[in-house]
Design a protein. Structure first.
Length: 465
């Protein structure tokens, strides 16, 4: 048999020869703190392959993914339909990104997205969630002629300069000023929103219907009332659905949980990529787009060099087709309800476990101060060193002992966030609940290894001050 591969670059050979250097290469050439952090908490694994909601290491051990690449892997890894779509678009040798033609795939993907958002009319395609937010900020400011954007405390909308201006976490903002004119309000605080709107300079409020940090949902009625207030003052509502969109919360968009909410601009990304080709999209009302692109002279006033590329558009179309064919949104709702119910049943069993909240497959597990003296003294030790260490103590044995990947929901938070691929099934739910129960049993029984690791985290936190 002849090998038809072209001579020269051989990716498989390169990975075979250099793949073992992965952590060293990151230390030398990329963010050197990432491998340091992974080594410290024992997350320095070597994953060899992945499929669906699972990865496998070199020894063939199976790991359950409850993180989904921060929500990117909505359909899990390597869905066959998305893979085939990408092979097909590469094999088609399309005349892509000529910049001076209109290819069919962007129009088809926009049409599909807008079918899920019938009150919206047009789409701009970029390459990421933060670009989708940047687009919404620019469009809102231009369309209204106003400079200031409101956001909610503890929000996360991205890390580029514009989106950072509406990021509610000081740890991300510190040292990067000056940013855009902005003001934070508490999620759900309608009185604060009224006060700010009276100043007459507000272009928009940007809000995550469920905040990723801490997994806090907007209070019932807040989005609808905020929308009415904003429109009364000729300002816009921007829904950031970068993580919550495309079925994550049991509806196509999280804002659809509240009747009558119709944002002026909606940002999506992450899961639209199928986990392969980065893509972000900003959906909006016709009048906003017509105001931004008001003449042929302004045809390129907002654009992206790789926006609407054929590979990204093909991946997005394949993702939406799979979601329709496989009933992904309904599956996420049912599976999420099952997982949340089983975890909520544990709240009365463990004094360290305070609350389970969320919607669909976006779930927050919050820990808090225990009542018994022995556990309270240990909790106090951790809190004195750094808030969030107990949640990290739970995350680590879930991976090390039970081979389940999770994350702490934000810096200085005692909350674990579960955002698994939307394809997780009842067996995966059972596996997670069983493992979580065992970890909590260890924590409440004074399990030596777990609290020993806690002391290690305390030393590390003190050393980093």
């Amino acid at each position: 048999m002849t090998d038809d591969r072209p001579e020269g670059f051989d990716l498989a050979r390169l990975l075979a020869e250099r793949g073992a250097e992965r952590y060293e290469l990151h230390t030398r050439h990329l963010n050197h703190q990432l491998p340091r952090m992974l080594h410290t908490i024992g997350f320095d694994k070597v994953y060899e392959r992945a499929e669906g909601a699972h990865f496998w290491d070199a020894e063939g051990n199976d790991y359950l993914d409850m993180l989904a690449g921060f929500g990117v892997m909505g359909l899990g890894r390597h869905h066959p339909v998305v893979r085939k779509a990408l092979h097909d678009v590469l094999d088609a040798s399309l005349a892509d990104l000529t910049r001076f033609d209109c290819q069919p795939l962007p129009g088809l993907l926009a049409e599909k997205l807008l079918a899920h958002s019938p009150h919206l009319d047009r789409v701009f395609f970029g390459n990421s969630g933060t670009e989708a937010v940047e687009t919404a900020l620019k469009f809102a400011r231009y369309a209204t002629g106003r400079p200031r954007v409101l956001y909610c405390a503890h929000a996360f909308h991205g890390l580029t300069t514009g989106s950072l201006s509406v990021n509610g976490e000081n740890g991300f903002r510190d040292g990067f000023a000056p940013l855009l004119p902005d003001t934070a309000i508490a999620l759900g605080d309608l009185d604060a929103l009224r006060r700010e709107l009276k100043r007459g300079d507000v272009a928009a409020l940007v809000v995550e219907p469920i905040q990723g940090k801490g997994v806090h949902a907007a209070p019932p009625g807040f989005l609808h009332e905020a929308q009415e207030l904003l429109h009364r003052h000729k300002a816009l509502l921007i829904a950031d659905e970068v993580q919550t969109g495309l079925g994550r919360t049991g509806d196509f968009y999280a804002y659809q949980h509240e009747e009558g909410v119709e944002p002026d601009l909606v940002c999506v990304a992450k899961a639209l990529s199928g986990g392969y080709v980065p893509v972000g999209a900003t959906l909006g009302k016709d009048w906003i787009f017509r105001r931004v692109y008001s003449s042929m002279d302004r045809v390129l006033v907002h654009s992206a060099s790789f926006g609407s590329n054929a590979q990204a558009m093909a991946a997005g179309l394949a993702v939406l087709a799979v979601m329709e064919d496989e009933g992904t949104v309904g599956h996420a709702r049912r599976t999420g309800d099952l997982l949340r119910e089983r975890l909520t049943a544990l709240v009365g069993r463990y004094e360290l476990l305070h609350e389970v909240r969320g919607r669909g497959l976006m779930i927050g597990i919050e820990f808090g101060r225990p009542s018994s003296l022995k556990l309270r003294s240990r909790w106090t030790m951790l809190q004195a060193a750094r808030k969030g260490l107990f949640a990290q103590m739970v995350v680590v044995p879930l991976l090390q002992k039970h081979r389940i990947l999770t994350q702490v929901s934000g810096d200085h938070l005692e909350v674990i966030k579960l955002i698994p691929p939307l394809v997780v099934d009842e067996a995966d739910v059972g596996r997670f609940v069983t493992a979580f129960t065992e970890v909590m049993d260890d924590a409440h029984g004074g399990g030596g290894l777990m609290w020993d690791f806690g002391r290690t985290l305390v030393k590390q936190a003190v050393a980093n001050r």
